[in-house]
Design a protein around this ligand. Structure first.
Ligand SMILES: *[C@@H]1O[C@H](CO)[C@@H](O)[C@H](O)[C@H]1NC(C)=O
Ligand SMILES: *[C@@H]1O[C@H](CO)[C@@H](O)[C@H](O)[C@H]1NC(C)=O
Ligand SMILES: *[C@@H]1O[C@H](CO)[C@@H](O)[C@H](O)[C@H]1NC(C)=O
Ligand SMILES: *[C@@H]1O[C@H](CO)[C@@H](O)[C@H](O)[C@H]1NC(C)=O
Ligand SMILES: *[C@@H]1O[C@H](CO)[C@@H](O)[C@H](O)[C@H]1NC(C)=O
Ligand SMILES: *[C@@H]1O[C@H](CO)[C@@H](O)[C@H](O)[C@H]1NC(C)=O
Ligand SMILES: [Mn+2]
Length: 507
């Protein structure tokens, strides 16, 4: 199969998949969810989220006011732009349509969704639109109204009846607030309060992440079992997407990273267009989203179904890093201590392999693990965002870095941060990834040596040279912190014996 062209290979997969895998129904998750959340039936627990946020704000009065994502066309086009609901809005509504607002009156405990009155002709293009009546049936809210029937007057009336209360908004530029109400608005508290609430998941959210993780695990396993049919990174990405959609997850949690060989050492590689021929390992970091909740999984395995000696050595080391972390995970543990423990296993392992040599204390000081071989955080929260709220506080107790690239983490960098609240401690029902990795990225290595020329004495270049072709290994699972340990939500195989058995099952 290696030499047939990509199209016919893909067609073969699709036909094969269609006959082999039965599409799974949404029924099971629906049943599970309604058993678990008897209070809200099978509804996303928006009201309980609103109450949690109010409690976190520590306020007995006030109006929370958020807008959802707006419908818009692409610029100079009549085609709609990709719609992605605003996550803060979704957290308080469970409503996944454009052009809506939400208000929550803290004292009255009333949660209201406000929607645009639909144009009746729109039914031809888009089918029926939600109505206040349909929203009340499907969503865990107290009221649903058309925006034009009183959103502004309600807010204005609220402000004049509660002059000491604030209208809590996320940003000072949106939603559009009548100008006379500006002085009643407070944009300093709401975002952090929702961020804190989102860190710990309720049962309903966990079921959605569990489902996203199951579907993603099945897609990873499928690729593992059919890797012998694939000739290019494109084949891997195509199969991943196809398997997720067929299983009911139409959207991915992030762009698929399907790399091979030296590309494995590029952390957010998304070109996915190189041939597999002549390379040792593929690294696939890919996951679906289900009900707007993300998963995040990475598997690394040999293209020909057998690890080379060097690939097995690095794989086993990363596996050991993860197992070391798993032995530590439970409530009250500092996540960065887990990170440091994983980095320590990496250092010992690379010394044992002979890549690093010399005085261990001095090698730690050289920061070569954090700057070259394990240059990213151990993991992050997963939820409505794949890198969920406050994750940078989780790893480093440092400032939140939303919207920015997380800096390369060196062991010593941790000391620069002061500890803030308790968001660096593991808590029950946090869902996080544990994703240690070891990479052989030549340009990064050379850049490091330019900055730290004295570190050459800790490196055996001859031994290191054997590992450039391994490229990189990462193993990433989604786990849920429990009362006394953790639950592994990821079901894709990862032991060397299992991977080799599955990847060679049809050879
Ligand atoms: C909540 O507010 C009350 C009264 O304003 C205050 O006494 C209390 O310390 C606050 N609690 C927290 C956790 O901030
Ligand atoms: C808003 O909706 C509620 C029911 O959800 C209804 O009782 C109320 O009359 C509506 N208000 C307006 C202004 O339409
Ligand atoms: C509400 O007020 C804002 C700000 O003045 C305005 O932009 C918006 O169009 C108003 N909405 C309605 C439905 O009247
Ligand atoms: C390693 O280096 C540290 C710090 O430079 C030093 O204190 C220690 O004695 C050294 N250990 C050995 C075994 O040489
Ligand atoms: C490298 O080592 C030399 C000699 O031991 C020392 O003078 C120099 O400061 C060191 N450079 C760095 C960047 O540590
Ligand atoms: C996590 O689950 C996967 C799949 O069942 C399994 O391969 C792995 O050993 C599990 N790890 C732990 C620590 O339970
Ligand atoms: Mn991740």
């Amino acid at each position: 199969m290696r030499n047939t062209n990509v199209l016919s290979t893909l067609l073969a997969f699709l036909l094969c998949c269609l006959s082999l895998v039965k599409a799974e129904s949404h029924f099971d998750i629906g049943r599970k969810l309604s058993q678990r959340d008897e209070g809200t039936g099978n509804k996303y627990p928006a009201k309980s989220h609103a109450r949690r946020v109010a409690k976190q704000l520590n306020l007995t009065e006030g109006l929370i006011y958020l807008n959802g994502e707006q419908f818009r066309n692409n610029e100079d086009s009549d085609m709609p732009a990709f719609f992605r609901q605003k996550r803060y809005f979704y957290y308080l509504t469970g409503y996944d349509y454009p052009d809506a607002h939400v208000t929550y009156d803290i004292k009255a405990d009333i949660l209201t969704i406000w929607i645009l009155k639909p144009d009746p002709k729109e039914v031809l293009w888009s089918g029926p639109s939600p109505t206040p009546q349909s929203i009340l049936l499907a969503h865990d809210v107290d009221m649903a109204n058309y925006t034009s029937d009183g959103l502004n007057t309600t807010i204005i009336a609220y402000a004049s009846a509660n002059p000491s209360a604030k209208i809590h908004i996320l940003h000072n530029y949106f939603p559009p607030i009548p100008s006379e109400l500006r002085s009643f608005c407070d944009n300093t508290k709401l975002q952090y309060a929702i961020d804190v609430c989102r860190v710990v998941k309720d049962d309903y959210e966990i079921e959605l992440i569990r489902r996203a993780t199951e579907i993603s695990s099945q897609a990873h396993t499928k690729i593992m079992s059919q890797i012998d049919l694939m000739t290019s990174e494109r084949d891997i990405e195509a199969m991943f997407i196809s398997e997720c959609i067929r299983r009911g997850a139409k959207k991915l949690a992030y762009d698929t990273i399907a790399c091979s060989g030296k590309n494995n050492a590029i952390l957010h590689y998304v070109k996915n267009d190189q041939e597999l021929e002549g390379k040792q390992l593929v690294l696939i970091d890919a996951a679906a989203e289900y009900g707007l909740y993300a998963s995040d999984i990475t598997r690394t395995f040999p293209i020909n179904g057998r690890f080379t000696k060097e690939a097995a050595e690095i794989y086993s080391l990363v596996y050991e890093m993860q197992q070391t972390v798993f032995k530590m995970v439970k409530p009250g543990v500092k996540w960065r201590d887990c990170h440091l423990a994983a980095a320590d296993v990496a250092l010992d392992g690379l010394m044992k392999l002979g890549v690093l040599t010399g005085n261990k204390t001095e090698i730690v000081k050289s920061q070569i693990i954090g700057k070259v071989f394990f240059p990213h955080g151990l993991g992050h929260g997963v939820g409505l965002e794949v890198h969920d709220t406050l994750y940078s506080e989780l790893i480093s107790a440092g400032p939140s870095s939303r919207g920015k690239r997380t800096p390369v983490l060196a062991l010593r960098d941790f000391d620069a941060y002061t500890e803030k609240e308790i968001h660096n401690l593991l808590k029950p029902n946090m869902v996080i990834t544990a994703e240690p990795g070891i990479y052989f990225n030549q340009p990064l290595y050379e850049d490091y040596l330019n900055t730290f020329p004295n570190s050459t004495k800790y490196i055996n270049e001859k031994v290191l040279a054997k590992y450039w072709d391994v490229g990189g290994v990462r193993i990433e699972d989604c786990i849920r912190v429990t009362e006394n340990g953790f639950e592994n939500l990821t079901t894709a195989p990862k032991k060397i014996v299992d991977i080799e058995r599955i990847a060679r099952s049809r050879r």
